[in-house]
Write a protein that binds this ligand. Structure first.
Ligand SMILES: O=C(O)[C@H](O)[C@@H](O)[C@H](O)[C@H](O)COP(=O)(O)O
Length: 248
């Protein structure tokens, strides 16, 4: 059961990205103080890319031993390695290539030139997650970072799709993503919610309806995410503009 949920409303998109970058650095440094290596699952999207870029620019960035962080992905577009639209590519360009990461600790979801189908991609990734978890299925994410779509999707878990029900698996393939490209690999809720903390970041008025639905009883995938210890919604004022019940 989710122990705790918080909503932090930031005045604007830049403040959201810079504050979340600092929060992420602190979260990873705290996780490393408890145990190394730390495990984080990254997300794709424009808002997340802004956060990654601000991590790189942060004067606190080397508080984290980046070589002792395992980087996973919450979802990935089923495209060839290096394709500019892959979440992995965007993360490398935004910050990973400039940090002293350990290449052995990078865990991209299989690409379209290494496996034939999204089902195979999901199966290979599930096996990698299980191996990292020493047979327990998952490595014990210290943090899962998520964006949210206008339709309330998180990762590549879209409204009305079978993937929402895949509670017995940690990763599944997606064929009909309404957000292009149509073929993707995604962690399931079982995997996302295994994390100590789950953070959802949202910026802009276009996300306001999805944020309100997720936080105020609506039927959207984003309403289903919860960290084992903490769930944080990190939003800017525009994305919070349709929240009714929160005083801020
Ligand atoms: O592969 C993807 O597209 C992402 O993982 C997706 O879940 C994204 O985080 C949201 O769609 C928000 O994207 P924006 O931040 O660009 O609005």
């Amino acid at each position: 059961m989710n122990a705790d949920r918080s909503v932090v409303v930031h005045p604007d998109a830049t403040n959201l990205a810079t504050a979340t970058a600092a929060r992420l650095i602190n979260r990873l440094a705290d996780a490393q103080a408890d145990r190394k290596p730390a495990h984080v699952a990254l997300t794709g999207g424009r808002v997340a890319a802004d956060v990654y870029r601000h991590i790189l620019d942060s004067r606190f960035r080397d508080t984290v031993d980046w070589g002792a962080v395992h980087f996973w992905w919450g979802d990935e577009r089923f495209l060839p390695t290096g394709n500019k639209d892959r979440n992995e590519t965007q993360a490398h360009e935004a910050f990973l290539d400039e940090l002293r990461v350990d290449r052995e600790h990078l865990h991209p979801m299989p690409s379209a030139d290494t496996v034939d189908t999204v089902e195979e991609s999901a199966s290979v990734y599930a096996a990698e997650l299980d191996a990292a978890g020493h047979g327990r299925g998952l490595p014990g994410f210290d943090l899962v970072l998520l964006g949210v779509g206008e339709d309330g999707h998180v990762a590549s878990l879209f409204p009305g799709q079978e993937s929402l029900k895949a509670s017995d698996r940690t990763a599944v393939g997606v064929h009909d993503s309404p957000k292009p490209p149509s073929e993707r690999t995604t962690l399931t809720f079982a995997a996302l919610n295994s994390a100590e903390e789950v953070w959802v970041i949202a910026s802009g008025a276009g996300k306001a309806e999805a944020v309100a639905a997720a936080l105020e009883g609506g039927d959207v995938p984003a309403a289903e995410v919860r960290g084992r210890r903490h769930t944080r919604w990190l939003v800017d004022a525009d994305a919070a503009s349709e929240l009714q019940k929160f005083e801020f």
